[in-house]
Design a protein around this ligand. Structure first.
Ligand code: CUA
Length: 173
C-alpha cells in the first residue's frame, strides 16, 4: 500500500468519525432502544404507565438535574410548554402516540426522534435562560408544519422548588 492510498483511507476514517461526533443527538437512539427491548404500547400511553398525563412535564431530581417526560402525537407535543432550569442536566424521555416525530429546539443542535412503541432518551443542557420554539422536524402528516410548542429555560435560582408529585410546566412560572 502506498502513502497516497493510506492518506485517503485515513482521511475517510477521520470523516466517518467526525460525523457521529458532531451529530450525536441526531443518531437514531430509538433503534438502540428497540434492540434493547424497551417497548411501550402507543395506544395506552394516556391510560397507564410512565406517560400518563400527571407524569408529563418536568420533574426535579434530588441531584439537581431534571427529568422531562413528553408525548409526541399528531400534531402536538404534550405538554405544550415545558419549563426547565438553565445549566442543569435535562434527562428527556419521549415517546410517540402515532407516527414518527422529531423534537428539535430552535437555535440548538438537539434533535430527538420520537417513535411509537419505544421510549427515546436524550441528555440535554441549556446553558442560558431563554425561550425556545420546539419544532417537529420529521414529516408526520398533514399538520406537520404546525406541530410546534415551547420550551422556557429559566435561571436556575428562579426555577420553582417542586415538591413530590408536582410537575413543572409554564403555568408554574
Ligand atoms: Cu410531528 Cu412532524
Amino acid at each position: 500500500m502506498n502513502w497516497r492510498k493510506l492518506r485517503t483511507l485515513a482521511l475517510w476514517a477521520l470523516v466517518l468519525c467526525v460525523i457521529p461526533a458532531t451529530r450525536y443527538y441526531q443518531i437514531d437512539v430509538p433503534l438502540l432502544r428497540f434492540l434493547k427491548g424497551s417497548h411501550i404500547d402507543p395506544l395506552s400511553l394516556h391510560l397507564s404507565g410512565e406517560f400518563v398525563e400527571s407524569n408529563l412535564g418536568t420533574e426535579q431530581n434530588s441531584d439537581g438535574s431534571v427529568t422531562v417526560r413528553m408525548i409526541a402525537q399528531q400534531y402536538l407535543f404534550i405538554p405544550h410548554c415545558i419549563l426547565v432550569p438553565a445549566g442543569v442536566p435535562v434527562h428527556l424521555r419521549i415517546t410517540s402516540a402515532d407516527a414518527v416525530h422529531s423534537l428539535t429546539f430552535n437555535g440548538t443542535d438537539f434533535a430527538v426522534k420520537a417513535l411509537p412503541g419505544t421510549i427515546s432518551e436524550a441528555q440535554l443542557r441549556f446553558p442560558r435562560a431563554g425561550d425556545y420554539k420546539t419544532v417537529c422536524r420529521e414529516f408526520c402528516g398533514a399538520g406537520h408544519y404546525a406541530m410546534r410548542s415551547e420550551l422556557n429555560v429559566v435561571p436556575r435560582g428562579q426555577f420553582p422548588a417542586l415538591r413530590g408529585e408536582e410537575r413543572g410546566n409554564c403555568a408554574v412560572q
